[in-house]
Design a protein around this ligand. Structure first.
Ligand code: HEC
Length: 244
């Protein structure tokens, strides 16, 4: 037979009776099934305001959650190290940087006369800095490098009367590199001119000037229009590939 008392199981192991334990729960008014508790209007309004202003603030200050906000605008990511290492990493450097550093090496041939600074030696060897020949069209430069000059020869209003050797024993690559180097390093190029001479241009110049016997004279070089350029496509400075 069930008596109210028999429900009151006292767990012998514990020190608290289950009835005592549930008394606290029984004190609370239960929610009846189907009935919902109400949330105060003020709580709703405050929550809504937090969402609206918080969301708005996040939207206006997060910059679209772009990772770019942590880097300055002129940041250029370092080239990714390749798994293979060495040789491939060198490939990542911009073509123009390699072309210039190779040109600087070829320029070692010129230092004795034109000096590392490109300023020459007063009265003996003309400067490349401030020279109208370096700043002008590339056709004259191609002719000068391939066949040399026999003075007298005027540079920046100064007269020189020595011998500029011919450099046609150097490869097309090397001549192209050194002319690129002197133009970009010592020249003051017109706006928009990148100063680059390619192997293709020197190759074409070799053919074009192949009829020249011996060094050029000043009169011959002045016969080439000052703004004439060697034929060949412009290249992408990053890749060295011809531009369309
Ligand atoms: C042995 C000395 C000597 C060497 C080496 C030499 N040059 Fe010259 N260069 C001259 C002289 C001298 C002239 C002026 C012409 C003359 O007097 O005959 C000249 C003229 C020039 C000119 C035209 C004038 C000017 O100053 O802009 C250029 C460009 C030039 N040289 C570039 C080079 C380059 C590039 C090299 C190296 C690959 C080189 N030269 C090596 C002696 C030299």
């Amino acid at each position: 037979m069930e008596t109210p008392d028999s429900k009151n199981i006292d767990y012998q192991q514990g020190t608290v009776s289950a009835v005592d334990l549930h008394d606290a729960v029984r004190r609370e008014t239960p929610l009846h099934p189907g009935e919902r508790g109400t949330v105060g209007v003020s709580v709703l309004v405050i929550s809504a305001l937090i969402l609206i202003f918080g969301g708005g603030h996040l939207f206006s200050t997060s910059n679209g959650f772009s990772s770019g906000i942590y880097t300055s605008s002129n940041y250029v990511p370092a080239p990714r190290p390749s798994v293979a290492g060495g040789a491939e990493d060198a490939e990542q450097a911009a073509w123009i940087d390699r072309w210039m550093s190779d040109g600087k090496k070829v320029y070692a041939n010129c230092i004795a006369c034109h000096q590392a600074s490109g300023l020459g030696i007063t009265g003996q060897f003309p400067p490349l800095v401030g020279s109208e020949w370096v700043d002008g069209g590339t056709k004259r430069l191609g002719a000068i490098l391939l066949h040399g000059i026999n003075g007298p020869f005027k540079v920046a209003g100064q007269s020189y009367n020595q011998l500029m050797p011919a450099w046609n024993t150097l490869s097309d690559d090397k001549i192209a590199q050194v002319v690129t180097y002197i133009r970009r390093e010592f020249g003051s190029l017109p706006e928009g001119e990148d100063g680059v001479i390619t192997t293709e241009m020197i190759k074409a110049a070799r053919d074009e000037f192949s009829g020249q016997a011996g060094s050029y004279t000043e009169a011959q070089l002045l016969g080439i229009p000052a703004d004439a350029n060697l034929s060949g496509a412009k290249v992408d400075l990053q890749t060295g590939e011809p531009l369309p």
